[in-house]
Write a protein that binds this ligand. Structure first.
Ligand SMILES: Cc1cc2nc3c(=O)[nH]c(=O)nc-3n(C[C@H](O)[C@H](O)[C@H](O)COP(=O)(O)OP(=O)(O)OC[C@H]3O[C@@H](n4cnc5c(N)ncnc54)[C@H](O)[C@@H]3O)c2cc1C
Length: 235
């Protein structure tokens, strides 16, 4: 998405009707909202979500839209730990019929061409890749796509695993689940050796993880222009 389109989206605000929420794992929750007909996004983009049903300090947070546009629902999936922020407490209090405000969609974290692509997710950083892979699956053009997802979670708590496995079964997209950083580096090495200068790298997750993977890629002489980052500030 161009800078100007992004800037325009920043002024698009809308209320979204809350439908339901559920637990994905011990500390990860999904929230579903109604998708109005005139709302769309590019798989991998995020929105700015604002609590409106009660007064909270710091009422706005960015979240990836974890649904594919084709799924016809707005999904956000977030980590909520034992002692959450007021924003996340308010999310857990949402009841059917309440609303949340969304600005956007914004961001340019999306697959643009058919280059061999290595998607690298750290924990909750799987959200943009769920959207991207679901969209490819729904368009029915996943056969022949040279895409490999590396999904790192040190607690082996792989949310969306069933959906990702189904995508891997129905397309040529492959998924590798990892819990050790050394194993991730080895997988990255394998991909860089096979794809030399053609490979594109997409990294999403907590800011520190994104930085260290990006530094690792640069140490392997991967050009900066081939590395796309979606750093989740706040973790
Ligand atoms: C483009 C973009 C997309 C994003 N998409 C998502 C998404 O899809 N899902 C998602 O969950 N988040 C996403 N985030 C991050 C999100 O916006 C919040 O910043 C994050 O969830 C933290 O939320 P919180 O401030 O409500 O704090 P909480 O998560 O409730 O944490 C409470 C406090 O504990 C601290 N804390 C929490 N976890 C850690 C940790 N691991 N290490 C150190 N301190 C910690 C925080 O600083 C915070 O002050 C995204 C961010 C960006 C920029």
């Amino acid at each position: 998405m161009s800078f100007f389109k992004d800037a325009l989206s920043m002024f698009k605000k809308r209320d979204l009707l809350f439908l339901e929420s559920y637990k994905e794992s011990e500390d990860v929750y999904t929230f579903l909202f109604e998708k109005e007909n005139d709302l769309s996004w590019i798989a991998g983009q995020h929105g700015l979500f604002t609590i409106t049903h009660k007064k909270v300090k710091n009422k706005t947070r960015p979240f990836t839209v974890a649904a594919a546009p084709a799924e016809n629902v707005v999904r956000i999936t977030m980590r909520i730990s034992e002692n959450p922020s007021d924003f996340k407490k308010a999310m857990l209090e949402l009841k059917q019929g309440m609303k949340i405000n969304m600005t956007g969609p914004i961001g340019s974290f999306s697959l643009k061409d058919n280059s061999p692509s290595l998607l690298i997710a750290g924990g909750i950083g799987i959200t943009p890749f769920r959207s991207i892979l679901k969209q490819i699956e729904s368009e029915g053009n996943g056969i022949g796509k040279p895409i490999h997802l590396l999904y790192l979670d040190s607690n082996k708590s792989f949310i969306f695993k069933d959906e990702l496995d189904a995508i891997a079964n129905n397309t040529s997209i492959s998924v590798t689940y990892l819990d050790l950083r050394d194993d991730l580096n080895q997988e990255i090495d394998l991909f860089t050796t096979l794809n030399k200068d053609d490979g594109k790298y997409f990294i999403a997750g907590p800011k520190s993880m994104v930085k260290s993977v990006s530094d690792f890629l640069k140490s392997k002489h991967i050009p900066k222009k081939n590395i796309k980052k979606d750093a989740f500030y706040g973790y």
